[in-house]
Design a protein around this ligand. Structure first.
Ligand SMILES: [Zn+2]
Length: 447
């Protein structure tokens, strides 16, 4: 290839090659804070608490909806009527939820267990035989709230879903399709094994109820007004000899959430009013009153910022980044990716013009003009970025919150880091991509 030709070729480049020495140091420093955030915010409620703490510490304006949705806002030089700049990420991750009547005993195995109902798109076989923690709240009969967090401290007990030994799994698992091998109903969590003393009916169940009453003052009926989520009990860790990667639960969408949180906290004097918005229930289709499908919270924020403003006009003038992760090219399975248009770990933040499935169904397809605008922002600031499409055409697909905000008349584009093993209990990101995301959101919110 001649010198002249190569000038016009679109080439992907590793962020590790683009970053200066100083930026690489910042990349590693950023990752330390990021890991702490992942460990502290494994659920949507915990994420809101962390966001609240950070906003308070930096004296930033924060608005909260039902402890499950939050927004941090920085007023711009221009009036609200000229539109907003918003980065939106989601704070829920795939997991197992306890059912409303979860506790039962299996006298044949001498165990007490919790029934669960899985939340979001999981591969069920990934959730057995790993250490699990319980996070959430219980609202008792008297209205008092118990915060549940069991399994994170080294001294805490952990929990787990059991699985069949290979010696006996041939007929019931090994010869079945992987999707049928582990049933949703069998994702039950072991919670105890000492029987209650005396003449009681369900000895193992009774013993656990007694313990829960002693420790938390709760009864079995209290589970009905509870939200207890079962999540991996381990902490975020560096991965690889070079420590370039992070392995952890909840990086979809913890990576974008933390990057956009840091971006808004560090932002000074933006042109337009800037906002980082954190929403719930993305993993189950953004249904509910603290989600991207319901714009009431956003409308109420705009109204509070300027009561005289025409909200629809503000939305039409607003620009949005849908900050969600993309599927990184996965070793040994490259056949499901169209490699020219797929994202890889380490090449920076991923820009997706569209998502969806089939013939771009259910996609937000950002306009070429808006893509150009974002591309220019990233290039000017020398931020590593790449394009990304979720798999080959007709191989599958997926969506983000982008479409719900474009429906409101806003310009929206998907921009987030790539993730390996997405939706698994142990997702992997590149530190360089997470830091690129922070730089990208910062630059976008400034303009
Ligand atoms: Zn996501």
């Amino acid at each position: 290839m001649t010198e002249k030709e190569s000038k016009y070729v679109y080439k992907k480049k590793s962020a590790w090659e683009i970053f200066t020495k100083d930026q690489i140091k910042k990349t590693y420093d950023f990752a330390e804070e990021y890991k702490k955030f992942l460990n502290a915010a494994k659920t949507e409620r915990e994420a809101v608490q962390e966001i609240k703490k950070a906003a308070k510490k930096t004296k930033k304006k924060i608005m909260i909806n039902r402890e499950k949705e939050a927004a941090i806002i920085i007023p711009g030089k221009k009036p609200v009527s000229s539109g907003l700049r918003i980065v939106i990420s989601h704070i829920d991750s795939p997991r197992l939820d306890l059912k409303q009547v979860p506790l039962y005993e299996d006298p044949d195995s001498n165990l007490a267990l919790f029934e669960t109902h899985y939340y979001g798109g999981i591969k069920k076989f990934q959730w057995v035989t790993i250490p699990l923690a319980l996070h959430g709240i219980v609202v008792k009969k008297d209205g008092k709230k118990i915060i549940f967090n069991m399994g994170e401290d080294e001294k805490d007990p952990i929990f787990s879903v059991s699985d069949l030994l290979p010696h006996l799994s041939h007929e019931v698992q090994d010869t079945k399709k992987i999707d049928d091998a582990i049933k949703g109903e069998s994702l039950d969590v072991v919670v105890g094994s000492i029987p209650a003393t005396g003449d009681v009916k369900d000895k193992f169940k009774t013993a656990i109820l007694d313990k829960l009453h002693k420790d938390y003052g709760m009864t079995e009926e209290d589970f009905i007004s509870a939200e207890i989520e079962v999540v991996p009990a381990y902490k975020a860790r560096d991965m690889g000899f070079d420590r370039s990667l992070i392995g952890a639960y909840g990086q979809d969408d913890g990576a974008s959430t933390f990057a956009s949180l840091k971006a808004i906290l560090d932002l000074k004097n933006p042109e337009f009013t800037a906002m980082s918005l954190f929403v719930d229930k993305e993993e189950i289709g953004s249904e509910g009153n603290a989600t991207a499908q319901v714009s009431t919270f956003l409308r109420s924020i705009i109204k509070e910022l300027d009561p005289k403003v025409d909200i629809d006009k503000v939305m039409l003038k607003s620009k949005v980044v849908s900050a969600d992760v993309n599927a990184a090219v996965t070793p040994n399975y490259t056949e499901v990716f169209e490699l020219k248009n797929a994202s890889s770990l380490g090449n920076g933040i991923v820009m997706s013009k569209y998502t969806g499935h089939g013939g771009k169904y259910s996609a937000n397809d950002a306009s070429a003009e808006y893509v150009a605008e974002i591309r220019t922002i990233l290039n000017k600031a020398k931020i590593p970025w790449q394009t990304g499409e979720l798999g080959k055409v007709d191989k599958g697909g997926g969506g983000t919150v982008a479409k719900y905000f474009s429906r409101l008349g806003m310009e929206v584009i998907d921009l987030g880091p790539p993730v390996l093993s997405m939706h698994s209990p142990f997702e992997v990101t590149s530190k360089a991509d997470v830091y690129s995301s922070y730089l990208a959101y910062s630059e976008f919110l400034k303009k």
